[in-house]
Structures are given as structure tokens and as C-alpha cells.
Design a protein around this ligand. Structure first.
Ligand code: PLP
Length: 450
């Protein structure tokens, strides 16, 4: 039972503690009010559950130091951009080298061939293109899939997030599709070309695909943006079989599920899709993303392009695949995102999940832990959600936000969204055990559970 008066008391005390501990960040937040709209250069930076965002001085490995001189155990890791650690040495070296040799030529650089070969080998698709963000890669794959199939509809799963991609902001509320209510400035009805169904709903999937008008299914193999929703046994294989049968292109967006293993979820557990998207961590924090595709898709893309007059394709931007990006990806793929790194991340993430399960059991809470490789979350509900609606219902935003703040005050930084935790190659067993101890202390303070 949660005592909401108690939560309000603790919240007030924790906010005060935060203010006292972070005077320089507080002043910096005030200084930023001159010039930056709402005090931040990007509005997501206001989404932290603390009274104001901390101001970072530097970050290295799995530690982030604020301008107040506090060093936090960082399990947020830039919300996946730095999930292989902040400024890993090979990346920092490669960036410094490239910095003196020009950053953007609109020409391939000498490392480009090696990066293409590494992408193909690791993710098991032969053809690749780069963009600057995963959002942009998702927009590109949707466009290509429509062009390649001559169909206009996209199928997505309720509760998904694939970046700033207008086409996929369709939610199901009580089974009724609606444009996501938070979407700013959208003027056309995205439901016209987008079908949303629940994850793990085989009947809805079969019914939607049987109409023969769906260009692509765009999905994460494990949903990670509405809490975590795992596929039920056989569901991903069914998605694969049904998309093949319907002539629909299957696109795995592995921007987050790259936490699963060395080749992402698809190359580690199967099944492979026809197209693949990865962003964020592939450049270690340097903006870049990649999309891959099969021979069959490549042929259909070329055939579609051949029907068009020369001119703007609407795909890509000037900075796509610049030399700095290539240098970053080269270092990340060859020296940082290694099998050895994954072995460490997986083992420690298992320990983290086990530790949190222990705390949940000790406090006799009706909660559980979800995990996809190096990505871990505790969910304030007994049953693992099987779709986006269940996941939405399981969220307790005020409680999650308070726990987040309490952990920051105790030296542990989680992601600002549904308390997601990432374990990097640089994360240590001590950091994991501090997180578990801090969570235990926070729950005792909150007086929830036993
Ligand atoms: C699964 C997934 N795809 C794509 C994106 C978009 O990434 P970006 O914001 O870097 O464009 C995100 C962002 O959180 C994501 O979670």
C-alpha cells in the first residue's frame, strides 16, 4: 500500500536535499534562463524528475561529474547514446585524429569500406546507408519501404517510439486508434496511413497483414519505450512468417535492443528482418545512425528509384555519413562494441537485475524486473506487461520520479524515463552494488512494502 502523504513529505525533503547538494547547478540553471528557452538548449533536458537538471562538467566511463563536483554512478548513459561508456579511449583517439583532417567532405573517407564491412558482418544484412539520427533512419526506411512495395501503410505496435517520425505517433486507447496526444503541431491525420495494433496480438497482426496494403512493419523486437514489453514465445517468428507471406517489409529498429548482444536482438536470437535500424550508441555519442537491408529490398529500392526523375529523394541530409561519423563508427565497431564488452555488460546486468529482485522481495513489493541484455528496469507492477496498454497502466509516474530523485541524491543516476538502467563495459560491480543499496534505502525511507 502506498501512503501518498508519506510520498509528498519525502518528495519535499528530497527536493531540499537536492537544492542543498547542487548550488552550482542551481545557479547555472538560472543563468541559462537568459537565452535558452525555458533554460535548456533542448526541451527534453527539462524531463528529469529533479527540480532542475544537473549541469554536467564531464563524464568518463560510467561516471558523470557535475559542476558541483559530485561524481554519480551513471546508469543513464545519455539514454543509450553512451551505453558503451562515456568517451571510450579508442573513440576519443579516433575523433581527435579526424579533427585535424577535416570533418565533412561529401566524399567517402578511407575508413568507409571497413565500416560497411563491419556493419554487414555484425548485423547480417548486406547493404547499408547512414543518417545522422535514428529518427532520420526510421523516416528513411519507411519511405524506402513504401517506394519498394508501392504500398502506403505502415504497421506499428501500440506504445512504440521510433524517434521524431510523425508517421508512427498513433496510440490505441481502449482499442481505438488516435494521434498521440502530446504531438506538437501535427496537422494531418497520421491514422490514414498508419495501423497500430497491440504487441503480442497475433490475431490482429494476421488480420492487418491479410489486407495486402501494408508496406512495412516497423518494430523493436522488445518494446523499450513504454517500460519494457517482451515478446511472447513465438511472436517474433510469427511476425517474420506473416510479413513474408504478405510481401510486407519487416524492419527491426534496434536502436535500444542493441543491448541484447553483439549483433543486436535479431542477429543474436533471430529472426532477421528485411531492414534494420541502429542509432545512438553506434557513434558513442557522435550523432549518427545506420540502416541496413537485404538483397531483395535493395533490388526493389533500385527499381523504384529508376521510375523517378533525377532530383531530391527526400532521404538523408548534408551531414549524413560525414568523415567524423565514419571515424566514430569505425572506433566503436572495431574496438568498443566488442564481444568481450558484451560479456561484461551481460554478466553485470544479470547481477543488477538479481540485486533489485532481492530488494523487491525483501520489501515484499508486488514489482518485477525486466531485462534485455544490458538494459534493466524495475516495473511497479506484479505481472510483466504483454503490450503497450498493459505497460501504460503499470506505470506510476510520481513514484518512479521520486525514486529517481532519491537515487540521484544518493549518487546513482538512472534514465529520466521509466527508471531505465544501462550497464556499460566500464560499469563496475561496486557501482551495481551501490545502486542496489541505494534503492533499498530509498524504499525503506518511503515506507512502502514491508
Ligand atoms: C527505438 C528507438 N528508435 C529510434 C529512436 C530515435 O533516436 P534519436 O532520438 O537519436 O533520433 C529512439 C529514441 O529514443 C528509440 O528509442
Amino acid at each position: 500500500m502506498i501512503d501518498h502523504n508519506r510520498l509528498a513529505q519525502v518528495r519535499a525533503a528530497e527536493e531540499e536535499r537536492f537544492l542543498r547538494a547542487n548550488p552550482a547547478s542551481s545557479r547555472a540553471a538560472q543563468d541559462r534562463a537568459h537565452g535558452w528557452h525555458q533554460g535548456v538548449p533542448f526541451h527534453w533536458m527539462r524531463d528529469w524528475p529533479s527540480p532542475f537538471p544537473l549541469t554536467a562538467a564531464k563524464a568518463q566511463g560510467a561516471e558523470l561529474t557535475t559542476i558541483d563536483g559530485q561524481t554519480l554512478d551513471d546508469f543513464c548513459l545519455g539514454d543509450t547514446a553512451s551505453m558503451f561508456g562515456h568517451s571510450p579511449v579508442p573513440l576519443a583517439r579516433a575523433l581527435a585524429e579526424q579533427a585535424g583532417q577535416g570533418l565533412s567532405y561529401m566524399l567517402p573517407s578511407d575508413k568507409t569500406a571497413a565500416v560497411g564491412a563491419m556493419l554487414a558482418q555484425r548485423f547480417k544484412l548486406p547493404h547499408w546507408q547512414l543518417t545522422t539520427t535514428a529518427s532520420e533512419a526510421n523516416r528513411a526506411v519507411i519511405r524506402w519501404a513504401r517506394a519498394a512495395t508501392g504500398r502506403d501503410k505502415v504497421l506499428i505496435f501500440n506504445g512504440c517510439y521510433h524517434g521524431a517520425v510523425d508517421d508512427v505517433f498513433v496510440d490505441l486507447r481502449d482499442g481505438v486508434p488516435e494521434t498521440r496526444r502530446s504531438l506538437v503541431g501535427q496537422v494531418w491525420d497520421v491514422r490514414e496511413h498508419t495501423i497500430a495494433i497491440e504487441f503480442n496480438d497475433t490475431a490482429a497482426l494476421q488480420a492487418a497483414l491479410s489486407r495486402g496494403d501494408i508496406a512495412c512493419v516497423l518494430a523493436e523486437p522488445v518494446m523499450t519505450n513504454c517500460g519494457m514489453v517482451l515478446p511472447q514465445p513465438g511472436f517474433l517468428e510469427l511476425v517474420r512468417a506473416e510479413t513474408l507471406r504478405a510481401g510486407t517489409i519487416l524492419i527491426w529498429d534496434e536502436t535500444h535492443t542493441i543491448s541484447s548482444g553483439h549483433g543486436g536482438h535479431a542477429a543474436t536470437f533471430g529472426p532477421l528482418g528485411d531492414m534494420f535500424v541502429i542509432g545512438k550508441s553506434i557513434g558513442g555519442g557522435v550523432p549518427c545512425a545506420a540502416f541496413g537491408f537485404s538483397d531483395a529490398v535493395a533490388h526493389r529500392m533500385e527499381a523504384a528509384r529508376a521510375q523517378l526523375p533525377p532530383g531530391h529523394s527526400g532521404i538523408g541530409t548534408t551531414l549524413s555519413a560525414n568523415a567524423l561519423t565514419i571515424a566514430a563508427m569505425h572506433a566503436m565497431l572495431s574496438e568498443v562494441m566488442t564481444a568481450k564488452a558484451y560479456a561484461h555488460m551481460n554478466q553485470l546486468a544479470g547481477e543488477l537485475a538479481g540485486g533489485i529482485e532481492g530488494v523487491i522481495a525483501q520489501h515484499q513489493l508486488d514489482w518485477h524486473v525486466a531485462r534485455v541484455g544490458a538494459r534493466v528496469e524495475f516495473v511497479c507492477a506484479a505481472e510483466p506487461p504483454k503490450n503497450g496498454s498493459d505497460a501504460r497502466a503499470a506505470m506510476d509516474h510520481p513514484l518512479e520520479a521520486l525514486i529517481h530523485l532519491m537515487l540521484v541524491n544518493r549518487g546513482t543516476l538512472l534514465a529520466p524515463f521509466h527508471n531505465m538502467m544501462l550497464v556499460s563495459p566500464a560499469t563496475t560491480a561496486d557501482q551495481v552494488s551501490r545502486l542496489v543499496t541505494n534503492l533499498d534505502a530509498a524504499l525503506s525511507e518511503l515506507e512502502i512494502g514491508a
